[in-house]
Design a protein around this ligand. Structure first.
Ligand code: SAM
Length: 279
């Protein structure tokens, strides 16, 4: 008979002598209702919480009053602590016997550098546990009525980083420009012009439905849908800022039909660019 994994037993067996432990926790896109119960329980009992800028105020309010809160930053071009410093801080806090929650926006293993932090914890023999979070792609897909897959329009979905390295984007453009797939681009706002141009150059129709969503799945959500060719212009005219997610593919056309966020209305139409905000 298959033996059931006793996670409590496993935890007890793997804890080091100090009793300190780091919980790498995903906070989801921002709405506290989208937090896992496990994450909420850990915030209620942590000794220290080390959090990033993408973690919303609503979620920070769930941290117990006795816990020390440490802001680790990570805004674009304004890292208040380096990645190495953050990893070492986690080690020091755990070695002092603390129950540390390392709280990250979305899911810690999706463009969250969670893997790097765990590698340092392993190096220093610090116990850890990972708690998944709803990544921006999932949360925003559901809150905008844009299914990431659909039997008729998209049989696959790719999560991509649009973060520029040395000023360029080194992506597999022929693979990205395939039809019948959805592209979800994280950190793509700064490179939106290049993304649109390269995808069209590699064969994706300029008319492909595309969306840009700012502060998705939160009460500040803004969304603009347009063609792939016009998306950079929309983003500029409507002043989209970080955090924004880009979704490209036929599934975006379903937004008009499936969008259920009734508080969201069209508030602006500038040069043909449509913007919807939650009011
Ligand atoms: C460093 S990545 C972190 C991703 C995170 N680990 C996740 O799973 O969602 C930050 C990028 O995620 C996207 N993002 C995260 N939360 C978002 C939100 N609420 N609305 C729009 N985009 C978001 C943006 O593209 C942002 O630049």
């Amino acid at each position: 008979m298959e033996e059931k994994l006793d996670i409590q037993k496993l935890r007890a067996a793997t804890q080091d002598a100090s009793g300190g432990i780091v919980y790498l926790v995903g906070a989801g896109p921002g709405d506290p209702d989208l937090l896992t119960l496990r994450a909420a329980n850990l915030l209620a009992t942590a000794d220290v919480v080390v959090y990033d800028n993408l973690v919303s105020d609503g979620i920070l309010k769930l941290i117990n009053l006795g816990a020390e809160k440490i802001y680790a930053g990570k805004e674009k071009n304004n890292h208040s602590m380096s990645q190495v410093d953050i990893s070492h801080l986690l080690v020091i806090l755990a070695k002092k016997g603390n129950k540390v929650v390392r709280l990250k926006g979305g899911d810690p293993f999706i463009f969250g550098r969670g893997g790097e932090e765990l590698e340092t914890l392993i190096e220093y023999s610090v116990d850890y546990e990972v708690v998944p979070g709803i990544t921006a792609a999932n949360g925003i897909s559901c809150y905008t009525g844009i299914p990431l897959t659909h039997r008729d329009y998209a049989q696959s979905c790719l999560f991509i980083t649009g973060h520029l390295k040395d000023g360029t984007l080194d992506l597999d453009w022929p693979a990205l420009a395939r039809r019948n797939q959805t592209l979800v681009i994280y950190m793509g706002l700064g490179a939106i012009g290049e993304i649109s141009k390269k995808l069209i150059q590699h064969g994706l129709p300029a008319t492909t439905p595309s969306a840009i969503i700012e502060n998705g799945a939160t009460s500040k959500q803004r969304i603009s849908t347009d063609t792939l060719a016009r998306l950079p212009e929309s983003a500029k005219l409507l002043n989209f800022i970080s955090p924004s997610l880009i979704i490209i593919g036929q599934v975006v056309a379903l937004h008009e039909k499936l969008n259920w966020l009734k508080d969201q209305i069209q508030i602006e139409k500038i040069n043909g660019c449509q913007l919807k905000e939650v009011v």
